[in-house]
Design a binder for this molecule. Sequence first.
Ligand code: DON
Length: 309
Amino acid sequence: MNILFNDVHDALVNAYSQFSSFKGGENASYIPYLATVPDNLAAIAIVTVEGDILSKGDSEFRFALESISKVCSLALALEDVGPSVVQNRIGADPTGLPFNSIIALELHGGKPLSPLVNAGAMSTVSILKAENVENRWKRILDMQQQLAGAPVSLCEALNHSEQTTNFHNRAIAWLLYSADAIYCDPMEACDVYTRQCSTLVNTVELATMAATLAACGINPLTQKTVLTAENIPFLLAQMTMEGMYGSSGDWAYTVGLPAKSGVGGGVLTVVPGVMGIAAFSPPLDTMGNSVRAQKMTASLTQQLGYNLY
Ligand code: DON
């Protein structure tokens, strides 16, 4: 790292104290479980490619991974079928529309465009090599655990909350089926996708996932090679284009780093070759991105001068 660890610590404390109580946004409520999470929680953490860890706030609180799980499954798909198949069958473009948009599908002949929106994520789940539904789920959960270097697990209450309210996603899965854009049983893809969203992580575990991407696929805490280094640029490019949904362009313009948000309130950001950053706080903006997590991350990276562009 070309910057002193003390400076990183000071910047982290500064980002947290400035924005951890920032007012604005609301918890997601279309998944009933998420509406019950205390909205004053906030945390930020970094894990460097050398394995150093710093955190501030409620960094041990475990929250829903939600859409950040799309990064883990895309990582697995890149390993299983390679970047060209992902690009041709799912896509590598922003949709410019909300993460659960049906209009986006209709505009593109049923092709999802991005593995990081709900349609593309279910298509990604379906393209993985798997013998049956439980094997498909186990491979995804194992990838989440390898990236986090921790025993990430399913939250039964959250999964129940999602599985009993995910009618819009089920409709998307059938639309994908009608367009030949889903590659296993559509309800199996939707079920496993819903489970992958229903795991819990804390902010340090989320930062470790980001750090594994920053370290070319080697988890800096376990030292295990989780991903093929050559696949990482494809993953980061997808995150740049769609990781923050309708705000991805603004995020690239102002922060300049690949990131991925989830409606659980987490934001994962990668500083390639340097560190992974994770921030968490439940209230979301209208795009579905955590208000405080975005502000804390932007403050930290600006103080440290991290911007790829
Ligand atoms: O499928 C859904 O709608 C949720 N399980 C995940 C959506 C999500 O996290 C979008 N993120 N900001």
